[in-house]
Design a protein around this ligand. Structure first.
Ligand SMILES: [Ca+2]
Length: 304
């Protein structure tokens, strides 16, 4: 009897989910290509002697970076997409943020201490307090890093990521030297995990995107490396409305129970805040799905 009731409830839940997921969205996704970006680069090196070397250059749609670093010095060199005039790009209705790039590592050498020496793609975002309904103050920069090459002492992963401070680092790939590889990666799931790991919340309404880039980073190591990329481009796909965004958020978290570090858990999807995402949340959403203000508040994890 219990099993039957459960089956019936699940059927109704799936039906409701389907109904609301299909409802009233004439255009499912809206592509904006390209984002308002400028191709950019930056480097941070400590120039005390002995001098470090950090160079980059662009040829057409390609770039090459070179970093040579010594112990007790910090260095990185980054090239990628910087948003125009450093004006952050709003993430509030972004459903996908896809970077396409072809990468090759012509060389990477190290000696001695190598525990902070990585080649990666990265995303920098500005987020606020992360504790709604407090108004966010947009002051904290959070980094999501996708390592495609780690020096040996860093390449000891327990799970696919580590998170702490202002950064999450993911084990994205182990790209062999001198092997060309095409990446097409949606940053949004990684960003959501980063933010959940650091603030307990996913992407919130006031969060903004600063830049996406490819970077060589070396701290306190004797290292030298080169990274070349081609055809780097970041494009975003937007939800057509807050309602569609919230609907998608609930469906993605469907069945999840409270676990701040789980990729499936999203507090914004748990509308009645009972630490489970289920038919009750979809039911409440169903009463308000035409109310864009309400949906925006729910996405921002504010409980009306
Ligand atoms: Ca709930």
């Amino acid at each position: 009897m219990k099993a039957r009731m459960l089956t019936a409830i699940m059927l109704v839940a799936v039906l409701l989910a389907c109904v609301f997921s299909q409802k009233s969205y004439a255009t499912y996704k809206q592509n904006i290509t390209p984002l308002a970006v400028r191709r950019g680069c930056e480097s941070h090196v400590s120039y005390s002697p002995p001098p470090l070397i950090a160079t980059w250059y662009f040829v057409s749609s390609a770039a090459q970076m070179h970093l040579k670093a010594q112990p007790t010095y910090y260095g990185n060199v980054a090239t990628g997409d910087w948003w125009v005039n450093n004006k952050p790009y709003p993430m509030e209705n972004v459903s996908a943020l896809v970077a396409n790039v072809t990468v090759v590592i012509p060389g990477a050498t190290h000696s001695g201490n190598d525990n902070t020496y990585q080649l990666r793609m990265a995303i920098a975002m500005v987020v606020g307090s992360g504790i709604p309904p407090i108004i966010q103050n947009n002051t904290t920069t959070i980094y999501t890093e996708l390592d495609f090459w780690d020096s040996p002492s860093l390449d000891q992963w327990n799970g696919d990521w580590v998170v702490g401070g202002d950064v999450a680092r993911f084990h994205f790939d182990d790209l062999p030297l001198r092997r060309q590889r095409d990446y097409s990666v949606d940053f949004v799931p990684y960003i959501e995990r980063t933010l959940k790991g650091l603030t307990s919340y996913g992407i919130l309404m006031n969060d903004t995107l600063l830049e996406t880039y490819v970077v060589i980073e070396s701290i306190n190591s004797t290292t030298e490396s080169w990274v070349a990329w081609n055809n780097y481009a970041t494009t975003a796909t937007l939800f057509s409305s807050y309602s569609e965004h919230l609907n998608s958020t609930i469906l993605k978290a469907w069945g999840a129970t409270y676990d701040p570090l789980s990729p499936n858990w999203n507090p914004a999807a748990d509308i009645n805040k009972d630490k489970a995402v289920n038919i009750v949340d979809m039911g409440i959403y169903g009463k308000h799905y035409q109310d864009e203000t309400w949906c925006k508040q729910a996405l921002n994890n504010y409980l009306p």
